[in-house]
Each structure stands twice: as structure tokens, then as C-alpha cells.
Design a protein around this ligand. Structure first.
Ligand SMILES: Nc1ncnc2c1ncn2[C@@H]1O[C@H](COP(=O)(O)OP(=O)(O)OP(=O)(O)O)[C@@H](O)[C@H]1O
Ligand SMILES: [Mg+2]
Length: 267
């Protein structure tokens, strides 16, 4: 891919939905891997104390993590690790991060810590094209840090009953972050995950989402695919675990759709 495909400075995308188990981590890891596969340089920031993105990308050494970045003010280059995928790095997380909310309570800049770490650093030196932040299933201080740091929010929506419930709360939080701290925060889009085209419910969720959210909903749907759910136990994105699986293909399609949206490749 030519240099034209490179955004000026990294585009920072928070992958967020306060609902648990909707495919945030799966989307963060696999979209990151798909972007890296095109030759772009991608960083995943694991902002969830569950550390699923770190596990899913095979990171065992977690001496320095997002916790040190946010709470101890560690420099970015001290907390980044390479993954086995060329072009893809990660700032890992551990359960330590679960106490950050309380520990940061008295810190006036508590909502801006990730922003300051990512946006006030000389990012050009790192050469990142995309930074994907994997958020916890909550609208807590960590998720607010992600939204303050990000250019946009990508919302995975599980193709299940009640999928759209809670979206208004998420949109409200985005609005509040815009007003208080990050006026340019955009919604990158909503991606349907665990989609089963034979299931009427999936189709109904898709219709409701497209009726209500219109163009915000990505054309690409991520199918429910057993290879996607197996990949993390082999510490790999599905793109490496089974590159020709329907899940891997869908995440590559999502990456292409995202790059087209950003005018990074011709439509
Ligand atoms: N397309 C898919 N096909 C099959 N299984 C999937 C798919 N996407 C996600 N899963 C599985 O669903 C479960 C939840 O996914 P994931 O961990 O990505 O969600 P999450 O939103 O990050 O969860 P949490 O809110 O706990 O952080 C995992 O076991 C994952 O492997
Ligand atoms: Mg997760």
C-alpha cells in the first residue's frame, strides 16, 4: 500500500460499549490485525482490567502496563510491546487497572491521563497509523479516558435481543465527553457482531440498528464463527489462527470499509 494510505498522525479509536461480551475485545484485536496486515502500523491499548486483548495477542510479560502509563506516569515507550504480528504492538493490562478509578479520584486530570499519554507525546516518532483502545464493559473513568483521548468511538453491537438497549446511555456519555473535554469526538460507526444470517433475531437487530442509526452502521457484519472464539485460547487473532475463516474475512472487510471511510483507499 502506498504512503497515501497513511493518515497524518495516528487516528485514535475507542472500541466501547458498556454491555459485556458484545465483541469489543474481539473487534479491537482483529481489526487491529487486519489494519496491520495492510502494512499500517497499529497500536492496541488494553484499557480493561480483564486484560483480554493482551491475552488474545499472546502477551505474557506484563510488568509494565496501562496502569503504569496512567497512574505512575510511565512514558509510552516504556509500556509498549511488540506482538507476533508485524506492525502490531500493544500496551498490555492486568487486573491492577481495576483500582485505577479509586486511586485517581483526587487527581484533577484524571479524565485526561490517556489523552496526555497519547496525544501529548511526540507521536510522529512512533509512526502509528491507528491506535485502537479496548474499553472495559462500563462507562467508568477508564472508558471516559478512552473517549477523551480518542478521535472516534467504534461501537460493537451484538446481534442479540436487547442489543440496542443501553446505546442511548452510551450516546449520552459521548455527548457529555464532547461538552466537557473533547468537542471533536465522533462516532466511527456501529458494527454488528456475532451475526447469524439464518437467525431472524439477527436480521431484526440489523433492521432496527439500520433504521435507527442509518449510515453509522457499517455495511460489514461480523458473523458468529467458531474460529473467532477459538483464536484467543491460542493467543492469536483469528486472522493468524485461521486466515481464511469467515471471521477473518469479515474483519478484513471491516478494515477496508474503515480505510475507505477515511479516504485512505479508493472506494
Ligand atoms: N464473531 C464471533 N463469533 C463467535 N464468537 C465470538 C465472536 N465475537 C466474539 N465472540 C466470543 O464472544 C465472547 C465475548 O467477546 P469479547 O470478549 O470480544 O467481548 P467484549 O465485549 O470484549 O467482552 P467484555 O465486555 O467482557 O470485555 C468471547 O468468548 C468471544 O470469543
Ligand atoms: Mg473485552
Amino acid at each position: 500500500m502506498s504512503d497515501l494510505s497513511r493518515p497524518a498522525g495516528p487516528r485514535i479509536i475507542a472500541v466501547a460499549n458498556q454491555k459485556g461480551g458484545v465483541g469489543k475485545t474481539t473487534t479491537a484485536i482483529n481489526l487491529a490485525a487486519a489494519l496491520a496486515e495492510t502494512g499500517l502500523r497499529v497500536l492496541v491499548v488494553d484499557l480493561d482490567p480483564q486484560g483480554n486483548a493482551s491475552t488474545g495477542l499472546g502477551i505474557e510479560d506484563r510488568d509494565v502496563t496501562t496502569y503504569e502509563l496512567l497512574v505512575d506516569d510511565a512514558p509510552l515507550n516504556a509500556v509498549i510491546q511488540r506482538t507476533s504480528i508485524p506492525g502490531l504492538s500493544i500496551v498490555p493490562a492486568t487486573v491492577d487497572l481495576s483500582s485505577a478509578d479509586i486511586e485517581l479520584m483526587a487527581n484533577e486530570k484524571r479524565s485526561f491521563l490517556l489523552h496526555d499519554a497519547l496525544r501529548q507525546t511526540a507521536m510522529d516518532a512512533f509512526g502509528w497509523d491507528y491506535i485502537l483502545i479496548d474499553c472495559p464493559p462500563s462507562l467508568n473513568l477508564l472508558t471516559v479516558n478512552a473517549m477523551v483521548a480518542a478521535h472516534s468511538v467504534l461501537v460493537p453491537l451484538q446481534s442479540e435481543f436487547f442489543a440496542l438497549e443501553g446505546l442511548s446511555q452510551l450516546m449520552l456519555t459521548i455527548r457529555e465527553v464532547r461538552q466537557a473535554a473533547n468537542p471533536d469526538l465522533r462516532i466511527e460507526g456501529v458494527v454488528l457482531t456475532m451475526y447469524d444470517k439464518r437467525n431472524n433475531l439477527s436480521q431484526q437487530v440489523e433492521k432496527d440498528a439500520r433504521d435507527n442509526l442509518g449510515e453509522l452502521v457499517f455495511e460489514t457484519r461480523i458473523p458468529r464463527n467458531v474460529r473467532v472464539s477459538e483464536a484467543p485460547s491460542y493467543a492469536m487473532p483469528v486472522l493468524s489462527y485461521d486466515p481464511n475463516s469467515l471471521g477473518a474475512i469479515a474483519y478484513r472487510d471491516l478494515a477496508v470499509e474503515l480505510l475507505k471511510k477515511h479516504n485512505k483507499i479508493a472506494a
